[in-house]
Design a protein around this ligand. Structure first.
Ligand code: FRU
Length: 539
């Protein structure tokens, strides 16, 4: 996380940003609340969650409670770079439109507030509820920076806070930490779930190069029950932000357990990314499915997302049985360059919320991600693209002043060569994406997509091997002002990529491939932004 260029960057940032601060009536936090058009600065995502101002990294503590989806996040409210971590907070009734709330959890004498999770303690097992109802409990890592500087290896431990007012105020538990450090340097990011068969809480925790499991009946004392991973999966970096949950396998109806593990670095296209494992959990330990194991031998990983910008993602707790979805959101950046991307007021956004499903196809388990159905509420005019054979370069659609788009394309799989689509603006900046039938892989190329001077790790063509081949190539794309999310083949291959053009992309072109390309069907759909125009309406 530490970047030696940071001080220089901070000075450059201040020189650039100070005049802006004085010119627009910023409040004491630097938020531009008097701006006539709220959340609309250059590069500001228009239908993705981002903090009003300053630094954000991992999504934390996602819990659904009494009609509200809570989203907390790693936040440093004094700068646009990483610093003493707080939990920022927002709520939504539809996963799409967010209301920013005050900071939920502040650092204290035990340390910064690192990543973690939140649950509804319905049976008041913790005894921390009030008026006959159980509390919401947030469990997080306390990171003691003083101990870290002093050279200790036990500076991360797990603590909790609780709320009895729908998450509006949080009290730290007086007995913190609830899980002290046993001598493991990276010991963090607790994800807790209720394990109904044994009526106990299970904590999944990242510990250096593996995941450890703990259980508790009261949330206050935790016992280690097992560990997983030292011999499996990607190990190009430290393991972080795990999640463990059961899922029905759509084709067979059986239940399997999915373990998500973020890793930094070591991602498929460099830097940070999230991998997954499929197996069984007996209340104590996770065992890989025998059929899945060959895909995740030491050094091999299955990725939740092959793009460079989906990290530290985990899922919501307490989703109702009737809903039954496994809802996921990730941090749409990468530690390689997150702190230097060219945004001024805030830094980083989240991915779209996604519905995860588990499948058994081509003799293996496969996790698929698709954007949540609630996004339909943003949809406006739908334009049909002309089906048929395309040769040479042709504009498929021009969005004019409407750069927020959902693009759905179905092509015939070419026998050789590539399908290359281009999203461009009038400044001759563009991002290419598509499918290469020779290498059976999807790609997103952001080499010419605008500003990339801030990091040598940013520009480039990134690829994802398709998990299988078939006669039709399906691509669903969500295009925001500074991000593209490609969900290929019904969510089997996903790529999330950010970019910083000098003006939004507003034209879709098909680029000459080696052969003619057949578009079977395609649409572009205008999307609306999620923020009210005035800041006041958002609070
Ligand atoms: C992942 C991470 C977590 C940690 C947090 C600190 O991006 O490094 O492991 O809790 O960020 O902000």
């Amino acid at each position: 996380m530490f970047n030696p260029n940071t001080s220089l960057k901070r000075i450059i940032f201040l020189i650039n940003f100070l005049p802006f601060l004085f010119s627009c009536n910023a409040d004491q936090n630097g938020k531009n609340l008097k701006n006539d058009f709220y959340m609309n600065e250059k590069h500001r995502p228009q239908f993705h969650f981002s903090p009003e101002a300053h630094w954000m990294n991992d999504p934390n503590g996602m819990v659904f409670f009494e009609g509200e989806y809570h989203l907390f996040y790693q936040h440093y409210p004094d700068s646009t770079i990483w610093g003493p971590m707080h939990w920022g907070h927002a709520v939504s009734s539809d996963l799409i439109h967010w209301e920013h709330l005050p900071i939920a959890i502040y650092p204290d004498s035990l340390g910064y507030i690192f990543s973690g999770s939140a649950v509804y303690d319905e049976n008041n097992t913790s005894g921390l509820g009030a008026n006959g109802t159980g509390p919401l409990i947030a469990i997080f890592t306390h990171h003691d920076v003083n101990q870290e500087k002093a050279g200790s290896t036990t500076f991360q431990y797990q603590s909790m806070a609780f709320s009895n007012d729908k998450g509006r105020s949080w009290e730290k538990y007086e007995g913190n930490p609830v899980l002290p450090n046993p001598g493991i340097k990276n010991f963090r990011d607790p994800k807790v779930m209720w394990y109904e068969p044994e009526k106990k809480w299970i904590m999944t925790l990242a510990a250096d190069d593996r995941i450890k499991f703990y259980s508790s009946s009261d949330f206050k004392s935790w016992e280690e029950t097992g560990e997983f991973g030292a011999e499996h999966g990607g190990h190009g970096g430290v393991w972080e932000c795990p999640d463990l949950f059961p899922m029905p396998v759509e084709e067979t109806g059986e239940t399997k357990w999915v373990l998500l593990v973020s890793i930094n670095p070591g991602g498929p296209n460099g830097g940070s990314a999230a991998q997954y494992f499929v197996g069984d959990f007996d209340g104590k330990k996770f065992t890989l499915d025998v059929g899945f194991a060959p895909h995740v031998t030491l050094g091999n990983a299955k990725w939740v997302d092959h793009g460079k910008d989906n990290y530290a993602g985990v899922t919501w707790s307490n989703i109702s049985k009737e809903d039954g979805r496994r809802l996921f959101i990730g941090w749409m950046s990468n530690w390689l360059y997150a702190q230097v991307v060219p945004t001024e007021v805030w830094r980083s956004a989240n991915t779209l919320p996604r519905n995860l499903t588990l499948h058994y196809a081509a003799n293996q388990f496969e996790l698929r991600s698709n954007p949540v159905k609630e996004l339909v509420s943003l949809e406006g005019e739908i334009k049909k693209l002309e089906p048929g054979l395309y040769e040479g370069e042709k504009t498929l659609s021009a969005f004019a002043n409407h750069p927020l788009q959902k693009i759905a394309l179905k092509f015939k799989n070419p026998t050789s060569g590539s399908i290359v689509l281009r999203l461009s603006n009038s400044k001759n900046e563009y991002i290419d994406f598509g499918y290469n039938s020779d290498s059976t892989s999807y790609f997103v190329d952001r080499s010419k997509a605008g500003d990339s001077t801030f990091s040598n790790d940013f520009a480039g063509k990134h690829t994802a091997l398709a998990s299988y081949t078939k006669n039709e190539i399906d691509m669903l794309i969500y295009l925001d002002v500074s991000s593209l999310e490609l969900f290929a083949d019904s969510g089997r291959t996903v790529m999330t990529q950010i970019f910083f053009p000098s003006e939004p992309f507003n034209q879709l072109t098909i680029i000459e491939g080696s052969n003619s390309i057949e578009l079977i069907e395609g649409t572009t759909t205008d999307l609306t932004r999620i923020w009210p125009d005035k800041a006041d309406a958002a609070h």
